[in-house]
Ligand binder design. Structure first.
Ligand code: ZN
Length: 181
């Protein structure tokens, strides 16, 4: 399967996505299947429907440790439909983010550390969940895609943007320091 993955500058990444009216619509279920498979293939932490030029309120979250995020918790792929944040802490955490739609760039992004959210599952059930830390960060990043916002909009200073190569170099320098400590 191949999608056209929209990249920074494509105007459709800036659209407000529409709610999904019928989760059980075969086209919606097919879209969910395609997105799940895509996240698995690329080993991503998530993808939102607008990134493949489908302007609907749907994203996938997934998390497992990898070379880029060795501290990432394990979270099975989770389908999130028509999401909203119903409560969040004012306390924020700064962390590195990247995005399939912004290739080659990493940025330091402040996000709420704890959020309470409500969304529909792929079975159409409304559920509420509490997320914190890294998972809360993924949720907020993906929710932003449904509102036409990219992580580069949220960095506080252009100095907080890095090319992937420099970011990797900095990380390996950091881990070297930690080992020596
Ligand atoms: Zn993204």
């Amino acid at each position: 399967m191949s999608f056209e993955l929209l990249q920074l500058g494509h105007p459709h990444l800036r659209l407000q996505a529409k709610p999904i009216v019928n989760v059980h619509d075969p086209d919606i279920q097919e879209l969910i299947g395609d997105l799940l498979q895509f996240v698995e293939e690329v080993g991503g932490m998530g993808i939102a429907a607008p990134q493949i030029d489908v302007s609907l309120q749907l994203f996938i979250m997934a998390s497992k440790p990898n070379a880029r995020y060795p501290q990432a918790p394990v979270m099975p792929q989770t389908v999130v439909i028509n999401p909203e944040i119903i409560a969040s802490t004012t306390e924020q955490d700064i962390g590195w983010e990247g995005c399939l739609s912004v290739p080659g760039i990493r940025g330091l992004v402040p996000r709420a550390t704890h959020i309470k959210v409500r969304y529909l599952t792929c079975e159409g059930d409304t559920i509420e969940r509490d997320y914190d830390g890294f998972i809360a960060r993924i949720f907020q990043h993906e929710l932003d895609h449904l509102r036409g916002t990219l992580f580069t909009d949220r960095v506080e200073n252009n100095i907080d943007l890095m090319a992937e190569q420099e970011w990797q170099r900095m990380l390996s320098a950091d881990s070297h320091t930690q080992v020596e400590d």
